[in-house]
Write a protein that binds this ligand. Structure first.
Ligand SMILES: [Zn+2]
Ligand SMILES: [Zn+2]
Length: 200
């Protein structure tokens, strides 16, 4: 999934790539890419060494709902803007950023976002390129992982599974549904009814 930048001297190159799901077969177990993944946009030189990718990444993957455990599709549609620099420059920039953050922590002077940045294009994603090629696969992977929810839900209203018999409450109802009460509430209910009896 490499994009050759060796002949990109000035100006802009179009990026228009489409990848089959198999290209992302090595993602974590909780996500399976289920459709074509497209990267459409431009790559342009920025200065002598840097290259900027501006692209739209569209894809979709299946993940498992944390309530009902069914698979469902998560669409991915992201605008990315990533600045690629050679490894030496990448090391310098990340070291400078780390040093700056460290200094700020020590003095407690100002929040990082209030400080004039000496690192150019601070808000860009930053990555390194090797052998005159940028890795579009890494850009896609990052977007896929960003789209994976912390607590995946097939729908906001997912009813989940019955904790007693295990049926999927989105599709079925069960007798235990009404009867199941929080054990702590059951103790309270019993106590209340006993009290009521003594009163009566
Ligand atoms: Zn669900
Ligand atoms: Zn049940």
């Amino acid at each position: 999934m490499l994009f050759d930048i060796s002949r990109l001297r000035t100006g802009v190159d179009d990026v228009n790539r489409s990848y089959a799901p198999e290209a992302f077969a090595d993602l974590t177990d909780d996500m399976t890419v289920s459709g074509p993944t497209d990267v459409v946009g431009t790559v342009s030189r920025d200065g002598r060494t840097a290259v900027v990718l501006k692209a739209r990444v569209t894809s979709a993957f299946e993940t498992r709902c944390s309530r009902c455990l069914e698979s469902y599709a998560v669409p991915v549609d992201a605008e990315v803007e990533t600045r690629f620099v050679p490894p030496a420059e990448f090391a310098t920039v990340t070291a400078a950023t780390a040093a700056k953050d460290g200094a700020l922590l020590k003095t407690g002077a100002a929040r990082p976002d209030e400080v004039e940045s000496d690192v150019k294009d601070h808000d860009f994603g930053l990555a390194e390129y090797h052998d005159e090629a940028i890795d579009l696969g890494a850009v896609v992977r990052e977007q896929l992982y960003l789209a994976l929810p912390m607590k995946p839900l097939c729908t906001e209203a997912c009813k989940g599974l019955c904790p007693v018999c295990g049926v999927n409450w989105n599709r079925e109802t069960c007798e235990c549904q009404q009867e199941w009460v929080d054990p702590r509430m059951a103790v309270l209910a019993e106590w209340t009814s006993r009290n009521e009896k003594t009163k009566g």
